[in-house]
Design a binder for this molecule. Sequence first.
Ligand code: TYM
Length: 320
Amino acid sequence: MRILSGFQPSGTLHLGNYFGAMLPNLEFQKLGESYLFIADYHALTTSPDPEALRQRVFDVALDFLACGLDVNHTVFFRQSDVPEVTELMWILNTITTVGFLERAHSYKDKIAKGFMPNAGLFTYPVLMAADILLYQSDLVPVGKDQKQHLEITRDLAIRFNERYGEVFTVPDGHIAENVAVIPGLDGQKMSKSYNNTIPLFGAPKAIRKLVMSIVTDSKGLEDVKEPETCNVAKLYKLIASGEQYNELCRNYRAGNYGYGHAKQALFEAIQAYFGPMQAKRDEFAKDPGEVWNILNKGAERARNTAAATMEKVRRAVGLR
Ligand code: TYM
């Protein structure tokens, strides 16, 4: 079974990335042949500064290595090191209707938030489909926000196979059960483009400041509070143990427990969880050459798989 997923280098990774997709992917890497890549072509849709983009690719690589990516089990690479994916995207574009892409939620959300859409943002789901189909992936663990993109991918794979013969594996998505879309500081989906993230790594003071800025309702210290609808409690549930979370719920329901207390508990849980990984990250950061080496080796393996698929695709559509 081949398991694949991608992460945009929009900055250092955050709690939404980690609990929505990184952790499930790292768990899956033991069960099959795992492919993980850093989606730098996708990141270009937001026009980052070139030097910042290079740095962010490196940062995401460090984040993954710190969080337990095992290069013996996972083909870890940079998306743009396998440019065949853009060729496949072009071919998939020719079987994709414009109306189909106009219905994509993430595109509509960005427009609604006032982003100036470029054509890359519009065809973003087709590049994502190309990522998945190029490597003949069976299973794609992603966060809930990517569900529709996976449906588009399945649809394109089926459409292509019906028109040109069985070339692609039709992938299944895997969305971590009981992990919803993880809220950011303001309660919307945690996302770098909404500037509401809590990064996995960083100076404790800066992380604490972010945690203290999480939006809550205006209940006072003595009021009874609802864990189910509170952003602080939702994040705490992901990161703390079951017993710690139950204690927070009891405190919320008893009153005389303020949001400041809950935020401090959340901050401490984040430190306890990611502290040991930060030390590992610092170790990898001392040897950038080795990090690039890991990505280059991964790219070599990914290119072999990509070449085999593209040969089939070109023949199927009449380009050979
Ligand atoms: P990206 O870079 O936005 O996020 C990477 C992964 O993290 C998950 N995630 C979340 N899950 C729950 N709550 C959140 N607030 C949250 N924020 C991020 C995402 O669901 C994702 O799994 N288009 C993809 C990258 C991509 C890809 C692919 C993924 C490109 N090609 C092929 C899988 C397969 C994206 O922008 O994810």
